[in-house]
Design a protein around this ligand. Sequence first.
Ligand code: HEC
Length: 161
Amino acid sequence: MGRRFPAIVLVLAATACGGGRKTTSNGVPLLAGALVPASTTMVTAWDIPQDPLKDSSLDDSRLSKDIKWGYKLFTDTPHEARQYSPGKMSCSNCHLNAGQRERSLPLVAVAGMFPEYNRRSGRLYTLGDRIVDCFVRSENGTEHVQIELFVEVLLGDLRQR
Ligand code: HEC
């Protein structure tokens, strides 16, 4: 337990632009402009409605860089955070379409749900606590790994979901 690991700042981004976009890149209708519909097939498997790596409103600022890094961390976890993901899974292997698919553990607007009571731990959880749980339980990180993780979900017009 005594080992210290560097903090990971995860900025999970569903950024603010893209208002008015009504279809995925394959022309499939989006749910009111936010999530990839659960009803669609594998044709939308790689659609990312809000992709920070393609978002021209992001600049060279620290915040923009963190948002892009957070997105990479989410979609390529074994590469970006190897020591925390011995199971070699990316967050997006479970939270499909980078957490932007309906009924596939979407995370858009999730920041607004925290803090919330976590029955398993018997205490109030921050969003950071919840992510640490996914690292420990879903990514198979060991209980000894100390992870400080801060997630900022940038929602913009998606906040209305
Ligand atoms: C093996 C599958 C799996 C992986 C990999 C995984 N998760 Fe999860 N995640 C889940 C499941 C299942 C839940 C819902 C659990 C529950 O309802 O308590 C969840 C819940 C969450 C929640 C809370 C959502 C809510 O509505 O309260 C967050 C935030 C989250 N995960 C983030 C992450 C992040 C960040 C990563 C990558 C570091 C990750 N997850 C990797 C399966 C996974």
